[in-house]
Design a protein around this ligand. Structure first.
Ligand code: PEP
Ligand code: MG
Length: 324
């Protein structure tokens, strides 16, 4: 079966009825980009930059980061590469960044919340990114955005650094698209408002599911509540995609759900533009989508969104949308 999958390496990503989509890879370390390229990924949908900061005793310098981002962008040869700014806190910690112990780390001081208070770290990362952007097709996104104000503040800082670099004679990428992760229900619900301000969305279902069902994504005892096909999750995702498309904006998904064989026909029918996943899932997903009709999936969306439970959704998709 692997031989069969290999034929998809050099193919573009299309549904059975000829609709183009993008299948991209998620990376942590810059080296991971090789696996995405080997699988014929259409881009990088999520570069989790926290790995550049972890497993060491001091902050990576701007220069070090610049080299890492440049390296990835050059290897991607013009394919879109979405870099997420630092998403530390929650379960991820840095020895040199003392964070207070918290009762609820996943509801606490993490990601953009840290970036918007510890400006030095944020600005340094943004400078490295803006300089590296010259070497490829860079898009920047902010993690854990809950309010419009957070996005506007983060974007203002980015534009300030861009101007500052230019004033100092640096070559910087000019028209970088700036987007947000949709991984907090508040952002998913007011996606129409965000859609007027951002260039793109990427739906982070790993967190979106845990926050929607109030079920810790790492707690075995509540894992039964961690339901990607829960109608509430699907309705949030639909809301995000519809809002984005109404403003002519692009939507990707970089949570595990993007590689889930039951979720894929639903996401395709909803019009998701990009599916981003670990490199090892790219070929399998491209083969799966090549056998699905987007039009057909679209016809079933209304009914799927009226179902009551995750199990009903799963049964429905298996019966109507996935050929045996
Ligand atoms: C997500 O939350 O879906 C996501 C992609 O980010 P992470 O898994 O790094 O939290
Ligand atoms: Mg997340």
């Amino acid at each position: 079966a692997y031989e069969e999958l290999l034929q998809y390496r050099s193919m573009a990503s299309f549904s059975a009825d000829g609709c183009a989509i993008e299948i991209a890879g998620n990376i942590g370390k810059p080296e991971d980009v090789d696996m995405v390229l080997n699988a014929g990924g259409d881009g990088v949908g999520l570069f989790r930059t926290e790995f550049l900061y972890m497993g060491r005793q001091e902050l990576p310098s701007e220069e070090e980061q610049f080299q890492a981002y440049k390296n990835v962008l050059e290897k991607m040869q013009g394919k879109p590469t979405i870099v997420r700014t630092l998403d530390i806190g929650g379960d991820k910690h840095l020895p040199y960044l003392k964070l207070p112990a918290e009762m609820n780390p996943f509801l606490g001081y993490r990601a953009i919340r840290i970036s918007l208070t510890q400006h030095d770290i944020f600005r340094e990362q943004l400078r490295a990114l803006l300089r590296a952007g010259v070497y490829g097709h860079l898009k920047i996104m902010f993690p854990m955005i809950a309010t419009l104000d957070e996005f506007l503040r983060a974007k203002a800082i980015l534009l300030e650094e861009q101007q500052h670099l230019k004033n100092n004679g640096y070559l910087v990428a000019e028209n970088i698209e700036i987007g947000i992760m949709i991984e907090i229900p508040s952002a998913a619900i007011i996606a129409d408002i965000f859609a007027k301000e951002v260039d793109f969305f990427s739906i982070g279902t790993n967190d979106l599911i845990q926050y929607t069902l109030a079920a810790d994504r790492m707690n075995e005892n509540v894992s039964y509540l961690y339901q990607p096909y829960h109608p509430a999750v699907l309705r949030l995702i639909k809301n995000v995609i519809v809002a984005a498309h109404q403003q002519g904006k692009w939507v990707g998904m970089c949570g595990e759900m993007a590689a889930d064989e039951i979720a894929i026909p639903i996401l395709l029918g909803l019009g998701l533009n990009e599916f981003s996943m670990s490199a090892s899932s790219i070929l399998k997903t491209r083969a799966h989508i090549a056998k699905l009709s987007k039009q057909q999936s679209k016809l079933h969306i209304e009914r799927i969104l009226l179902l009551s439970t995750a199990d009903e959704v799963k049964e429905y998709v298996k019966r109507h949308l996935i050929s045996p």
